[in-house]
Write a protein that binds this ligand. Sequence first.
Ligand code: FAD
Ligand code: NAG
Ligand code: NAG
Ligand code: NAG
Ligand code: NAG
Ligand code: NAG
Length: 533
Amino acid sequence: MHTRPPTISIYALLATTFLCSCSAYVAQTPLSDDRCTETTVAILGGGMAGVAAAQALSNASIDDFIILEYRDTLGGRVWHTDFGKDPNGKPYVIELGANWLQGLGSEATENPVWALAQKYDLQNTYSNYTSIRTYNETGPTDFRPLLDVYADAYQIAARDAGRILMQNLQDQTARTGLALAGWRPRKNDMAAQAVEWWSWDWEAASTPETSSLVFGIAGENLTFNQFGQANHLVLDPRGYSTIIENEAATFLTDPVRDARLRLNTPVTRIEHFANGVTVHTKDGTCVRAAYAICTFSLGVLQNKAVTFHPELPRWKRTAIEKFNMGTYIKIFMQFEETFWPDDTQFFLYASPTTRGYYPVFQSLSTENFLPGSNILFATVVDEQAYRVERQSLHETKDQILEVLREMFPNKQIPEPTAFTYPRWTTEPWAYGSYSNWPAGTTLEMHQNLRANTGRLWFAGEATSAPYFGFLHGAWFEGREAGENVAALLQDRCATVQGVETCGDRMFYDPLNGTTPLDAYSGLNGWPVSSTQV
Ligand SMILES: Cc1cc2nc3c(=O)[nH]c(=O)nc-3n(C[C@H](O)[C@H](O)[C@H](O)COP(=O)(O)OP(=O)(O)OC[C@H]3O[C@@H](n4cnc5c(N)ncnc54)[C@H](O)[C@@H]3O)c2cc1C
Ligand SMILES: *[C@@H]1O[C@H](CO)[C@@H](O)[C@H](O)[C@H]1NC(C)=O
Ligand SMILES: *[C@@H]1O[C@H](CO)[C@@H](O)[C@H](O)[C@H]1NC(C)=O
Ligand SMILES: *[C@@H]1O[C@H](CO)[C@@H](O)[C@H](O)[C@H]1NC(C)=O
Ligand SMILES: *[C@@H]1O[C@H](CO)[C@@H](O)[C@H](O)[C@H]1NC(C)=O
Ligand SMILES: *[C@@H]1O[C@H](CO)[C@@H](O)[C@H](O)[C@H]1NC(C)=O
């Protein structure tokens, strides 16, 4: 079910290998001696950010670009697959990647993803987080009151985070912020651990220990206070990615035949020079461009799946290694019957031994989702996701059935008729799910992640300061990079979200510490120099 082996794009062949001067496709991509296709902008990756960048260029009348995409389809981490069978024997369509529209926005503050969902009539349903039942190893056990205890502490922590931001005080971990606000669950209080996982880890795909308090909460605020609290789960037979494919069709003359889209084309090497960028691909072709916009995931950059020549500057590599790529895995199962209460959307399970062990199950068999589908899915993140990735489907299935037997002790739990999950950490075009802002990371450090290095620009979910991790973050960043590059090509400034930006993005080198050298003294416990002993 994973990525198919790359096949050579027919258009790549047409344009470069056959060296044919007979076709209309070739005319717009003049060949040079070394068989690189020449273009103005190379867009690396065809996910939300890449497609938004291409559209922004097209909107600015720059139509000479090429999108290079690893997989056989657009959409990137918005990725669906067929699963199980409906009563007529036809498969259902499930989302392995992005699933929710998060914050629907309003006319005043539009969430661009919601706008696209409206434009293309994307099917989605309100996720009701109060439609929840709680369980532990003895069966149903109501620890929902703890959800309110957490929510009260979170509000205090959020205000504190706002104060820290406004007064330029030192950031904390989310753990510290929650603890100071009165939430510090004991390690053996598994109900509280489950509530904390549901409230923090599930969205961040990282623990409160590793997450920045200020940027974690600012991120929540910027999406959910600005665009609204509602989350809608997308369940569309065309897949969530239909909005990305349809947007691409607004500027590609024909998404299949337009030579500006090269699917099945993994990029292996990026050479960046003062006057341009040359991109080499696995099939031996190359593209030479005046500018490139790289939208590869943070995981792809961290795993060195693509090499840069010359090596990226140290300030850029530091930012890449500093930001955190998380993993979020949905495990889908279909049964012959719905043995769980079908009036409820969420089932929270507190494992007696292990925090985050199959903690949440969602029913798709519920009204307004896929009623009658008998589909349930569990979510694991972070360490539990890596563990599940290292074991077989069979082992995972057995563990889940054991959990379900604990949750529903009076039911006969049947074997699932279908069972699957993706392994995000090892997908060679993603290496993880989405990013999270780590503690001890300033806005300047993050800006270094999104800054261009000469003619090479960066965009994607992770480069968004306000919306990292979200699909709308990828859209905003793609658009902005596209507009910035268009402006450079047209020798003008760009106005993005009301702010004028001209030329290169700023970056910070060096990133200064906060403690001046003369503050290291015996008075605060530093009597000797650590660098000279
Ligand atoms: C499991 C999961 C759940 C999520 N849930 C939500 C959610 O509910 N709501 C939400 O808003 N967001 C969610 N997200 C996040 C959302 O999917 C991402 O923020 C968004 O899709 C990122 O878009 P992008 O364009 O930045 O990156 P990508 O989608 O990763 O696009 C980059 C593209 O580059 C391609 N590529 C990579 N390497 C190469 C290479 N070497 N050569 C050529 N091409 C390459 C990839 O194939 C991909 O198409 C989720 C993500 C995951 C994985
Ligand atoms: C391109 O222009 C269209 C039409 O005005 C607009 O709907 C779309 O959002 C623009 N795309 C980007 C990425 O700016
Ligand atoms: C959400 O679920 C709760 C609990 O079942 C219910 O009381 C409430 O009416 C639901 N809200 C909406 C908007 O459906
Ligand atoms: C987040 O929003 C809350 C509620 O509006 C506010 O009190 C707090 O200051 C905000 N915090 C940050 C970091 O933006
Ligand atoms: C699980 O719930 C039962 C019933 O509420 C309780 O007696 C038991 O202690 C709980 N288990 C754990 C590990 O907390
Ligand atoms: C870092 O410190 C140096 C030396 O004090 C200073 O010149 C520079 O402006 C500082 N840089 C930043 C980004 O604050």
